[in-house]
Design a protein around this ligand. Structure first.
Ligand SMILES: Nc1ncnc2c1ncn2[C@@H]1O[C@H](COP(=O)(O)OP(=O)(O)OP(=O)(O)O)[C@@H](O)[C@H]1O
Ligand SMILES: [Mg+2]
Length: 643
């Protein structure tokens, strides 16, 4: 075991020194170290089965390759000494030989029995642990990491444990333990036999180490080429519709061919290096070792006898396989730990949005929301909010409008504490949200995101997600209120229809209605709707609006909308511009004030577009997004609702 650790520890050191920058290098080293600790910890945790798993094959090998030859040597020695050659006299040797082979096989079966269990339990536990870690990550983490790559990393982290344990068992323990045994036996004959054998193995190790390290660079280039191939494949597959729409299949296929060819070239180069450079050093030394072993045995024969020649020759031949293992062990451990480290490096930066160590019990005075001097900036960006104040008394319905990119969605995410603010406070019912458990806070809020995605589950499961344990009647009521029932009836399996990855088999408006049904079922005191009806046609929107209006009674609501008709009835409208509240008031107040809102309203109700563009030259840049959106708005709805 000790040797095993140092072997993999060596891999860590070499791996760690690969990266160019000091920062990257130390992060990588820590990630590999962490991966190793997880794997090693897993073996220790289940030591009761791990110890027999690691040792039984090694003991089996001793029986098969070191003890059984002793029986043969004994027989040869017996005959050479002119002993009785009858079958009866030789039978004990033969039985001993057979018995040892049998014992070896039995030990191997026992070892594999325990190894299978060690592998399976380790993979299970690490799989659970990996997912648990990902579930604690904050929103920023998922903005920075792609789902595809995370999936691959977390699954490899657990599955590669199998190769880790197998390499430890088959390539390290099953070789090193018998070597120790062989040394003890050979020492009895002559210490020189041991010194030469171990010496030559060590020499091989020293000669091969720098070559293996040099091969490392080639392996890195090969792996980088692989990432380029898989990145391109994933990118094309996720954008398949765009590829088709632009008839770009051939272009993408050509690109793919080039990348695969490069991967092929680099793979071959790294493999050839292993075969032509590393093994060309090992091969002659291994031949030399066998020959030297035989020579020594013969030279020392005087005191040893023919038996020793047989044993020495056999032991030398068996142990030289360890020389070829150096490269293999390194290759396997390196690839295992590199892949595992791709996951553990994600754990080096702890999640920023975490529950406080001593959370306050949830006892909101009401359902009011307050933003106090809130400062927030996305990583590496300028502050989006700087001293933002916004008060939403309990039971008020607020419409949040303003230019695209103004920070409306960000504000909703901050209230949900998907990200943490840099300064200031956000209060819900008088309680600072950073002092609450995240689950408690989010239990108060029903949220419909701007671009709702669905699970690849049934329509029913997608709605029920909002409230586990909801009854069928409650789910149906929510579905009816959000006008989901209308389109579900035309789906092949009704509420049991699977909606495709991210809900791809539904239209944008249908997804939105499902998201609304979720919010309705959630039945929380605070409603957070981010463009919740933007993808609906005017008629459906009108229907859904009525349902929402009903839902909002006696609740606090924050409704983000570009289509101003959606929010005219709100108690108060807040106009957000570049992270600042530039205007507040009712629809009537704001029209009268004749500011940004009034101008937006005129754009959307038509007529003043050209005139306004000329007029507001200074604001043109700020409002570009709004104008884009406004131009596609539906005038009919505006007039319909603006009664
Ligand atoms: N994950 C992110 N990382 C960095 N910057 C971001 C991120 N998400 C949004 N931003 C930036 O923050 C600003 C505000 O974005 P936000 O989505 O809050 O705007 P919005 O008002 O909801 O716009 P829209 O009306 O188009 O939905 C934008 O400039 C955007 O580029
Ligand atoms: Mg938005």
């Amino acid at each position: 075991m000790a040797t095993a650790v140092s072997a993999s520890g060596g891999a860590v050191a070499v791996l760690g020194s690969r990266e160019g920058s000091a920062d990257g290098s130390s992060a990588r080293k820590s990630a590999v170290g962490l991966a190793l600790r997880y794997y090693w910890g897993e073996l220790r945790r289940q030591w009761v089965i791990a110890v027999p798993a690691l040792t039984a094959p090694a003991l089996g090998n001793i029986c098969l390759f070191y003890l059984a030859p002793l029986a043969v040597a004994g027989l040869v020695g017996h005959l050479a000494a002119g002993g009785d050659g009858s079958v009866a006299a030789l039978l004990p040797y033969v039985l001993g030989f057979g018995g040892l082979l049998l014992a070896g096989e039995v030990l191997w079966r026992i070892g594999l029995h325990f190894l299978n269990r060690t592998d399976a339990r380790g993979i299970e536990r690490l799989g659970v642990l990996g997912m648990d870690e990902l579930l604690t990550k904050d929103a920023a983490f998922f903005h920075d990491n792609f789902a595809g790559s995370l999936t691959k990393r977390v699954l490899s982290f657990s599955s590669r444990f199998e190769e880790f344990a197998d390499t430890l068992t088959f390539s390290i323990m099953a070789k090193v333990v018998p070597l120790t045994f062989a040394s003890v036996v050979l020492w009895q004959y002559h210490p020189l036999l041991v010194l030469v054998l171990v010496g030559l193995i060590l020499v091989t190790g020293f000669l091969v180490a720098p070559l293996i390290r040099r091969r490392q660079r080639l392996v890195e280039e090969r792996e980088a080429a692989k990432v380029l191939v898989s990145g391109h494949v994933a990118d094309v597959l996720t954008n398949m519709e765009t590829v088709r729409a632009f008839a770009a299949e051939d272009r993408e296929a050509t690109e793919h061919r080039a990348r695969v060819a490069e991967q092929q070239r680099l793979s071959l180069r790294s493999w050839d290096y292993g075969n032509l450079r590393v093994d060309t050093v090992v091969a002659p030394i291994s031949v030399l070792t066998s020959a030297v072993g035989l020579l020594l045995a013969v030279a020392l024969r005087g005191g040893l006898g023919v038996e020793a020649i047989v044993v020495t020759f056999t032991y030398y031949s068996n142990t030289i396989s360890i020389m070829f293992e150096f490269n293999q062990i390194y290759r396997r451990m390196e690839s295992v730990l590199t892949e595992a480290a791709q996951f553990t490096e994600l754990l080096l930066v702890p999640p920023t949005v975490v529950d406080p160590p001593d959370p306050q019990p949830l006892r909101p005075a009401d359902a009011g929301v307050r933003f106090e001097r809130v400062r927030f900036a996305y990583a590496d960006g300028p502050p989006l909010f700087d001293g933002l104040d916004l008060d939403i008394p309990s039971g008020t319905k607020i419409g949040l409008v303003g230019q695209s990119g103004g920070g409306k969605s960000t504000l909703t995410r901050l209230l949900l504490r998907l990200m943490d603010i840099d300064d200031g406070r956000i209060l819900v019912g008088g309680q600072d949200i950073s002092r609450l458990r995240q689950a408690d806070l989010r239990g108060l809020i029903a949220y419909v995101p701007q671009d709702p995605a669905m699970f690849h589950r049934t329509v029913r499961d997608n709605i029920a997600f909002a409230r586990p344990g909801a009854t069928e009647a409650e789910i149906l009521r929510a579905a009816r209120a959000a006008h989901v029932t209308e389109f579900v009836e035309s789906l092949p399996d009704g509420f049991d229809t699977l909606v495709g990855e991210r809900g791809i088999k539904l239209s944008g408006g249908q997804r939105q209605r499902l998201a609304l049904a979720r919010a309705i079922l959630r039945d929380a005191p605070i409603l957070l709707l981010d463009e919740a009806t933007s993808a609906l046609d005017s008629e459906s929107e009108l229907l859904v609006q009525e349902a929402l209006w009903h839902l909002m009674q006696d609740r606090t609501a924050l409704v983000v909308a570009h289509r101003l008709s959606t929010v005219v009835r709100m108690d108060r409208l807040v106009v957000l511009n570049r992270g600042r509240v530039v205007e507040q008031g009712t629809h009537g107040d704001l029209l009268q004030a004749d500011g940004t809102y009034a101008r937006l309203w005129r754009h959307q109700s038509g007529g003043f577009l050209i005139e306004d563009d000329a007029e507001d030259d200074a604001d043109a840049e700020d409002d570009a997004g709004v104008e884009d959106d406004a131009n596609v708005e539906d005038d009919e709805t505006s007039s319909a609702l603006h009664r």
